[in-house]
Design a protein around this ligand. Structure first.
Ligand code: 13P
Length: 141
């Protein structure tokens, strides 16, 4: 599975604790992250992480492109709901694409726990079921 890990600054410690706690599960998958989040996870856990740009510099959009291309299976995006982000439109767009393509998305550690346990229990197949082809979408319109 391709998994994206993203955390706003005030949630980065949570993310590191989370990935450290479930390191053995994450180690079985291909990990992607926005720039700073990925670096901190690598440093803290030693896991290999493919890093995109930092979020405010386009990293959220790069991960969104992977979702649109059916190349992302699960997203852990620990958002900071109490701090204004300069790239709020990018954050909203990423969350929207998860809903467009039914990609499982955890925006906090509580949901993260549920998702990671689901991942460990078995395969997820809804992505293949719901990921429509562009041609179908155009026909429906
Ligand atoms: O801003 C972010 C997500 O919106 C995260 O970006 P960084 O991981 O580079 O801090």
């Amino acid at each position: 599975m391709n998994i994206a890990l993203i955390a706003h600054d005030k949630k980065k410690d949570d993310m590191i604790r989370f990935v450290t706690a479930y390191k053995t599960i994450f180690a079985k998958h291909v990990l992607f992250a926005t720039g700073t989040t990925g670096l901190k996870i690598q440093e803290a856990t030693g896991l290999e992480v493919h890093r995109f740009c930092s979020g405010p510099l386009g990293g959220d959009q790069e991960i969104g492109a992977k979702i649109a291309n059916n190349e992302m299976d699960m997203i852990f995006f620990f958002r900071d709901p109490l701090t204004a982000q300069p790239h709020e439109p990018d954050v909203t767009a990423l969350i929207r694409l998860c809903d467009v393509y039914s990609v499982p998305l955890a925006t906090n550690m509580g949901t993260g726990e549920v998702l990671i346990r689901g991942l460990e229990q078995g395969d997820i197949d809804w992505r293949n079921v719901v990921h429509g082809k562009t041609e179908d979408f155009i026909e429906e319109k």
